[in-house]
Write a protein that binds this ligand. Structure first.
Ligand code: TRP
Ligand code: SF4
Length: 331
């Protein structure tokens, strides 16, 4: 039986971090076993907010793909491609924009939130309002059944479903499957300073960081503020270091927490051990990344092949869209 299709994407904002690895990437890696996967670098989506300084997108796309492959996305099994290499994204976006009432976009909670919160960039452009409409096009183009996303993307997925429904109703045929969102299960992993892990806070560990950098960064982690001296009993539940053990070495968690509560070891030793654990986890991705990065053409080769596969699938959908909407030559 033909495998169900998955599509997901990320905007190319540069190197990915441990939070991306334990969240989206480890889920995506596992999904490759059961689905035909399309993984897309959403550079058009990035341009909608980065248009003032756009050229970083080239390098950022490369970094993202290096991290993807390093973390186990497999170009032999999955289609790994760049959105702008497949012009049909822009075409379908335009068609779907005819079927998307303005009010739906204006009411979208992520749009309202970003308009309020992001003050350092001007997001009052025409394209940004249509962000979810392009995202719907991304999904429909491959007629994806399932879309793994983080919680922040659920409103976009709901909109995509509504757009599909409206399109199907107006053309009078159930042409496109309504995509199901699949909420990515990700453990709670805070940044080095206990805020949300994010490049914009500079509190992250990158997948590409070398061993020494990882160890140094972990040594700066904020620990239990009540534990000043070695003999003070610690509170592992309130210590971010211990919470990282829960994510990266769950089997050890109870023993580590016990050593902390009963002052059997100090925070320096505790962090050194954690650094070893994280470095072990990153060893394979780091090695893979290094090999791939050493070949200047490797990423573009993967993207070229992915684009060919994606274009072929997208062309089938566009033929159907054209014939249903009266565009192009009468079939
Ligand atoms: N908007 C998504 C994000 O910022 C990226 C994305 C673009 C996407 N197109 C998509 C995700 C289609 C899922 C499906 O994370
Ligand atoms: Fe945190 Fe470890 Fe120190 Fe306990 S021993 S407070 S878990 S760093």
């Amino acid at each position: 039986m033909e495998k169900k299709r998955i599509l997901s994407g990320m905007r190319p904002t540069g190197r990915l971090h441990l939070g991306n690895l334990v969240g989206a990437l480890s889920n995506w890696r596992a999904l490759q076993d059961d689905y035909q996967c399309f993984f897309m670098v959403a550079d058009y989506h990035a341009l909608m907010s980065e248009y003032e300084k756009p050229v970083g997108l080239f390098d950022n796309t490369r970094e993202v793909v290096l991290d993807w492959i390093a973390c186990g996305l497999d170009p032999e099994r999955s289609v790994i491609f760049r959105q702008s290499d497949v012009p049909a994204h822009a075409e379908l976006h335009l068609v779907l924009s005819c079927y998307t009432p303005l009010g739906w976009l204006e009411r979208c909670p992520t749009y309202k939130e970003q308009m309020q919160q992001i003050t350092e960039r001007d997001l009052t452009n025409y394209a940004f309002l249509g962000y979810p409409c392009l995202q719907a096009a991304d999904i429909i183009l491959y007629q994806a059944h399932v879309v793994p996303v983080g919680e922040d993307q659920l409103p976009h997925l709901e909109l995509a479903r509504e757009i599909v429904r409206r399109f199907n109703n107006l053309v009078g045929r159930q042409v496109f499957p309504e995509p199901q969102g699949k909420l990515t299960q990700s453990p709670r992993l805070l940044g080095l300073d206990r805020r949300k892990m994010s490049k914009s806070y500079g509190n992250q560990i990158d997948i590409a960081d070398d061993e020494e950098t990882v160890s140094k960064k972990i040594m700066t982690m904020i620990t239990d503020p009540l534990r000043v001296r070695l003999k003070d009993p610690g509170h592992p539940d309130d210590c971010n270091v211990c919470q990282w053990y829960k994510v990266f070495s769950p089997a050890e968690y109870d023993a580590i927490a016990d050593q902390c509560r009963n002052s059997k070891w100090g925070c320096t030793d505790c962090k050194k051990r954690l650094a070893a654990v994280v470095n072990e986890l990153l060893a394979e991705p780091r090695a893979k990344r290094k090999v791939l990065a050493a070949d200047p053409d490797a990423v573009e080769k993967i993207l070229t092949r992915g684009a060919e596969q994606a274009r072929a699938r997208a062309a089938e959908t566009m033929r159907e869209v054209f014939s249903l909407t009266g565009l192009g030559k009468k079939p």
